[in-house]
Each structure stands twice: as C-alpha cells, then as structure tokens.
Design a protein around this ligand. Structure first.
Ligand code: ARG
Length: 581
C-alpha cells in the first residue's frame, strides 16, 4: 500500500512539473509513512513541505494542488490536509479486503517485489582455529534472517562464509597435531572432537616449549610456501573444524552450506597483487619495515594518523589485506550491487578503513554499496559479556543444549499428559526458536542481555508467545477443516477486522525496511503486533460462531491470511512453527 501511494505521488509530481507548478529539476524524495493515530488516516506524506521552497508556494496551498492532481485510485477512500501541510490518506476498506484476498492466492502473500539485485552477504565467518562460541551466534542468525528475506523478495543472494582459515595460529595447531600423532603412533587416531581444548592445549605447548614454538613458526612458513605435507595437515584440520560449524548450523536451522564457504585462504594468491596495485597507485608507505596505507580521514584521539597495515615486515599479510582482495572479488567476479557484512561492531573502524581504501584504490565499482551491519555484544545477566560460570567462553553447542533442556521442562509443565516423543519434538523447536528470537528481536546495534528466563517466557515479544499464537490461529482450521472457502469473500466491517486487515497489508513494507536496514527486529516487532491484532480480533469477533455463513467465511479468510503471514514471517527469521505446543 505504501508503494502504491508512493507511485500515485510520483505521478502527481510529474504532472505538476509539466504544468510548471514545480521546477522540472526538482527531485524530491517521496516519503510515505504509516500514521500513529488512526484519526490522521493510514498513511501520510510531508511532500508538500519538501517542495514548498522549490515551488514558491505555502505548503498547504501546494498540498491542495497535489491532492487535486492525484490520480484516482480505488484504494484511497479520502485524502486530507493536516497541520502545516501534511497529506493524510485514508485507505478504502473494500479495496483493502480485495487486496488481502488476492494475497491469499499468491505464494509470496501479495508482497511487491523490488527490482532484483545481486547481494553478497558475509555472515557467520568464524575463525576455524577455535570452536564456534556465542560470539558467532549473532552474525550467524541475524545474517541468515536477512538472507532469507532478501531471497523472498526476489533478490539474487550470494552467501559468503568468510571463515578465518589462515594465519599464524595455524602453525601452532599443526605443530600440536603432529606431536599428538607422533605420540600415538597412528596417523588417523587424532582426536579433535573438542576443538576448544585442543586449541588451549596447543597454546600451552606453544608458551612452554621454545622448540615447539620454533616448529610452529616453521610450519607457518612451510604452509605459506605451499608445502604439500603442511597443506595436507591444514586441510584435515579445517575439514574437522568446518564439520563442527555445519553441525551447529544444522541444529540452528541456518541455511549456510559448504558451498558458501570462501575463507580467507581463498584470497592468498591475490594478496601480492593487492600490494602491487596499491603501490602502483602511490598509496603505499613504509612504516617500521611494514607496508601501510595512510588515509587522511583516519586518525586517533591525539590526531595521529591511523594506517591500514597491508604487509608486515616479515612479509606476512593481514586481515585487512584479505578483506581488500575479497571486496575486489565481490565486485568484479560476483558483480554485487550490495555487500552486507554482519560483523561485530567492534570491527567498525576496520570496515570504515578498508571500505574507504577499496574505493580510493578503485578495487570496487563505484555503484557497489558496502554496508557494515554491525551488532552489539551479547551480555550475561550481570551485564558483562556472556561467559560460563568459571569465566570461559560459552560454546554454542552447550548453550543450545541448555535451551533445549529448559524448553522441555517448560513444555512438560504446560502439557503434563503429553508423551515423551512429542514433548521432545516440541522442545527441540522451542529451544532453538527461543535463542534465535531473543537475539533477532533486539535492535542489532545494541548490546543485549541473554536471559533464558526471559526468552522462554510466554509473555511479551518472545518465541513461545509467537509460536503459541500461531498454534491458536492454525487451531481454528482444525475445527473448520470441511468448510469450503473457495467462493468466500472478505469484508472488513468491525474495527478489529479493519485493524487486523491493515496490519496484514503491511507485511511487504516491513520486509522492505528489514532488508534495507539489515534489521530483523523490525520483522519481529511486526509479527508480535500482528499476533496482538489477531488476538483482539478473535476476542471481539466470533469466527465459527459468527452471525451468518458469509461473515464466518470472511473471518476465516482473515484468520487464514494471519496464519500464513505468521508462518512465513517466522520462516524468514529461520524459525519453524508448530501445530501444537
Ligand atoms: N573471522 C572474523 C572474526 O571472527 C570475522 C570475519 C568477518 N568478515 C570479513 N569479511 N571480515 O572476527
């Protein structure tokens, strides 16, 4: 509906330009917003105020001219001028009902698809040296929700799991792998099932033994020079680590596959070229033997310039070098229109620096947009970064186990007579959904407090609340299974029907904003409001006990579209629905 009003206004602006009311070169950004107060209609625009200067007319006069030239539309029941010159649109209920009925027939629920773009989404991207921990949760699930919504809107999405599979830590890990094998005397018996302890043990060896450390450093050099033995060890290690990651993805219901992995090492061959190209453009400086780039706009608190380090004095490359190569690849080989990076906000400066450098070096097409979708920290209930009781990092697997156990307890308490197998099934969905939803429902840019009690509550904007709301809507159809709705028509008469209908019609607008801003909490908030609108409707408007068949069928259509929108919305968040819980 928003885009419909927008296009009516675009046509009006064109007409007013032809008539010379607005100068031909005026290019106003036409903004249409949902109103907060229904007495101001459903949608409003400040267009007249935006154009008042260019047109040399008072805003209210201009607003009237806009209204006079607005093309007729069955969707608009009434248009009014308000306040200093806002234009308020009242949506026609019959046209809305027709539109919703149309949406029911459409596999994408009547959502208008924008012009399709190619969008690279860099998300999850853990370091393979260690096991996935809670620090990777946010990137993985926020990124995945945005990916799903982008695909639903018809974009071509290229997932890039930019895993950290290269760098000095690998020397240490390979040296330790070698040592264990020698001790066990068996090539294949290496135990890497617990990567976290493996990493810790390797680090201890590295710190305690000079010989070990020397061997580790030597292995890095060998690895980098392409030595076959080292590369084989390295591939084996990464294989095991990636298998861990994909087990976690599977459990979390995350859509990343092995084909989406393009780690740091994939750019190795291009790194010398990155250095050459920067050099050829005169961008490189030397600092203590290292090759660096100084960019004017970056300096620290004391005004000293902050360089991007491209190559260390010992010849090693850095995180930034790889990111430059990755951007070039995403621009020229993948032909991305947008590249979205779901990475911790603490890396904000890194991204500002490499984005700006990639642009000045001409590594990316000027029209390609680079967007760091940064996120805050997941804190424990004490407000400090989430840790185990003993202060260690929390492994994702352990977190999901605990969520599952708590969900099982919760579902059992609600359904004391349910059999174990069913309880297990429901708990598996509720546990994962709660962890994901708690994260997705927060503005990603802020820190949030991870609380099992809060995320497993049936009250408020939580997964259990929404999953339960869905079972209630879907439950209506268990009792109405045999009612033929093929000839039914939707009528919006009661206020609560209108309010629900209005909410349903906003699904597409919400998705558009969610993918534009990379903010899944906008979709969560919408689904929560939709569930609330349904609840109010259901309380005020009997469905199966309606006054007559046509009213009952109309309400069933509303319920059906609500069920489908909730289910689809949750699916876009990567959350499965249940038929009962
Ligand atoms: N591996 C990095 C980390 O764990 C995240 C990589 C994000 N993506 C990127 N292109 N830099 O912090």
């Amino acid at each position: 509906m928003k885009s419909h009003i927008q296009s009516l206004l675009e046509q009006t602006v064109a007409t007013l330009k032809q008539q010379g009311v607005i100068p031909a070169d005026a290019a106003p950004r036409i903004q249409v917003d949902r109103t907060k107060d229904k007495s101001h209609g459903d949608l409003a625009t400040n267009l007249a105020m935006m154009l008042t200067k260019a047109a040399g007319k008072p805003p209210r006069v201009l607003a009237q001219l806009i209204i006079d030239h607005l093309p007729a539309s069955e969707h608009v029941a009434k248009v009014e001028i308000a306040g200093p010159g806002f234009i308020n649109f009242f949506i026609d209920d019959n046209a809305l009902a027709k539109q919703l009925q149309q949406a029911l027939k459409d596999p994408t629920l009547g959502v208008t698809r924008p012009a399709a773009q190619t969008i690279v989404v860099d998300y999850s991207s853990p370091n393979l040296a260690k096991e996935m921990h809670v620090g990777h949760l946010r990137s993985t699930i926020i990124g995945d929700a945005v990916v799903r919504a982008l695909e639903f809107l018809g974009h071509k999405v290229i997932r890039q799991n930019h895993v950290g599979d290269w760098g000095t830590q690998f020397g240490m890990l390979l040296a330790y792998m070698e040592e264990l094998r020698a001790a066990q005397g068996d090539e294949n018996s290496i135990e890497l099932s617990d990567l976290e302890s493996f990493y810790r043990a390797a680090k201890i060896r590295f710190d305690e033994s000079e010989d070990f450390a020397t061997r580790a450093r030597h292995l890095v050099v060998e690895l980098q020079s392409g030595d076959e033995y080292c590369n084989k060890l390295w591939r084996e290690f990464n294989e095991i680590s990636l298998t861990h990651c994909h087990n976690v993805y599977k459990r979390l219901g995350v859509s990343l596959t092995r084909a989406d992995v393009r780690g740091e090492s994939a750019y190795n061959d291009d790194l010398p070229q990155v250095v050459n190209d920067l050099d050829a453009q005169g961008l490189l400086s030397e600092s203590n033997g290292a090759k660096v780039v100084f960019q004017q706009e970056f300096h620290n608190k004391d005004g000293e310039p902050l360089p991007v380090i491209i190559q260390k004095a010992d010849g090693g490359y850095l995180y930034a070098t790889t990111d430059l190569a990755a951007m070039r690849y995403r621009s020229s080989a993948l032909k991305a229109d947008r590249v979205l990076y779901f990475v911790d906000l603490r890396q904000a400066l890194h991204f500002q620096q490499v984005f700006s450098l990639a642009r000045s070096a001409g590594f990316v097409r000027p029209e390609m947009s680079l967007e760091h979708m940064g996120f805050g920290t997941m804190n424990g209930e004490d407000g400090r970064p989430f840790k185990t009781r003993t202060g260690g990092v929390v492994k994702l697997v352990d977190l999901l186990d605990e969520a599952h156990d708590r969900a099982l307890e919760l579902v059992r308490s609600k359904n004391p007579d349910m059999d174990d197998a069913t309880l297990e099934q429901i708990a598996a969905v509720v546990g994962v959904a709660s962890v994901k939803y708690a994260d997705l429902s927060k503005n990603r840019a802020s820190d949030y407090i991870f609380s099992f009690d809060q995320m497993l509550s049936f009250e408020g904007n939580t997964a259990p609340y929404l999953l339960y709301a869905y079972t209630r809507v879907a439950g209506i159809f268990k009792k109405a299974d045999d009612i033929d709705l093929s000839g039914a028509s939707m009528q919006l008469e009661h206020d609560k029907e209108k309010a629900l209908g209005n909410k349903l019609a906003q699904f597409g607008e919400v998705l558009a904003r969610m993918v534009d801003k990379g903010q899944p909490h906008l979709l969560c908030g919408y689904l929560y409001e939709l569930a609330g609108a349904f609840s109010s409707f259901y309380e005020a408007c009997p469905v199966l006990a309606a006054d007559n068949d046509s009213q009952r069928n109309s309400r069933l259509l509303l319920a059906k579209l609500t069920a489908r929108t909730l289910k689809q919305g949750l699916a876009l968040l990567g959350i499965e629905t249940l038929e009962r819980m």
